[in-house]
Design a protein around this ligand. Structure first.
Ligand code: GYE
Length: 331
């Protein structure tokens, strides 16, 4: 009898739940009970890196593997991320995974998640919050170290301390950890190397279209053909846009011409690197899904995941690339 009553209540709850719209689904669906519910707020789809990162998450957090993934694309807006997190809290998800667009402005919403008892895992970029306890773990890249690899290469590529090295710097989304780390490395190195000259800093927002636009505008403003040695692009898509702008105006990209430096090292950038148009590609690994799952499994079994986990990354130059390697690149 009790069983029948419970079943009837479950059916009723499911009907009411589905009538109440998406926000109420989880509470009403008894089959959901078995699945670990993960609310994920992704930055957007601004770059090849980002698309690969989302795919890596979606491949791991499937129903077959025991998860229900609520994936929200914030279309590059922090306010959309905050709204998504609040919705996840209402839906009483088990975990929140956040790829934060920028570092600041997270204290209150993360506090709300903590009060609701929902652990937050940060992926890729970091947040700048008063209290480290507002997130359970961070899994991503050491962007400052990536920038360091780039400036180390520049120092070797331009050994003559008296010859000027003229650099155009195309920055990523301002205020994001990826931008801050990669920019800091260049600015600090430029302060040490007196012959490095930062001609201009342009905001490319990590997209190909924006980088093409700002680079074109810059080149067109120059009174004569510019003497540019390096274009330091903070991701691959910016590099593609910059190369297009440069080539359309008759510049040659590559060693001996304009050295284009890029971050991410996705397959298309590696192709350009192998063909000599990109001089240096610094790897940034987007395949973080399995590591996020590892952290969730640790918490599911009552453990504490590592607070900060950085992935191993390499750098690529033309001589280190083979067609087989580029072909086998997963992103
Ligand atoms: O380099 C860029 C993306 O934060 C690692 O964001 C990420 C950066 C990545 O849009 O392509």
């Amino acid at each position: 009898m009790k069983k029948i009553l419970l079943t009837a209540l479950a059916v009723l709850a499911a009907v009411v739940g589905s009538a109440c719209g998406a926000g109420q689904d989880l509470a009403g669906d008894s089959a959901e009970g078995e699945l670990v519910v993960v609310g994920m707020s992704q930055v957007g789809a601004e770059s090849d890196w980002r698309v690969a990162n989302s795919e890596s998450m979606k491949a791991v957090f499937t129903e077959e593997r025991g998860y229900r993934l609520l994936f929200e694309d914030a279309r590059q807006k922090q306010e959309n991320q905050i709204t998504a997190i609040r919705r996840f809290i209402q839906q009483q998800v088990d975990y929140i995974v956040l790829m934060p667009i920028s570092e600041t402005g997270w204290d209150s919403v993360l506090q709300e998640a903590r009060e609701a008892g929902i652990p937050v895992i940060l992926v890729d970029r970091m947040v700048d919050v008063e209290d480290e306890g507002l997130y359970a773990a961070h899994i991503g890249s050491d962007f400052r170290r990536e920038g360091q690899s780039a400036v180390d290469w520049m120092a070797e590529a331009y050994p003559d301390q008296w010859a000027p090295v003229r650099v155009v710097h195309i920055q990523g989304t301002l205020g994001s950890t990826a931008q801050l780390g990669r920019t800091a490395a260049l600015e600090e190195a430029a302060a040490v190397h007196e012959n490095w000259e930062l001609l201009i800093q342009l905001d490319g927002d990590f997209t190909q279209a924006k980088a093409y636009e700002v680079m074109t505008e810059y080149l067109d403003r120059l009174p004569a053909r510019g003497e540019i040695d390096v274009v330091y692009c903070e991701n691959d898509n910016e590099a593609f846009g910059a190369i297009q702008a440069l080539e359309e105006r008759g510049y040659t990209c590559g060693r001996g011409g304009v050295d284009v430096i890029t971050f991410d090292a996705t397959r298309n950038a590696l192709l350009d690197c192998m063909n000599g148009r990109i001089s240096l590609a610094v790897e940034c690994n987007p395949l973080l899904g399995p590591l996020v799952e590892e952290a969730i499994r640790t918490m599911e079994s009552g453990g504490t995941p590592e607070k900060h986990r950085y992935v191993e990354e390499r750098v690529f130059t033309q001589d280190r690339l083979t067609p087989d390697f580029v072909e086998s690149r997963k992103y």
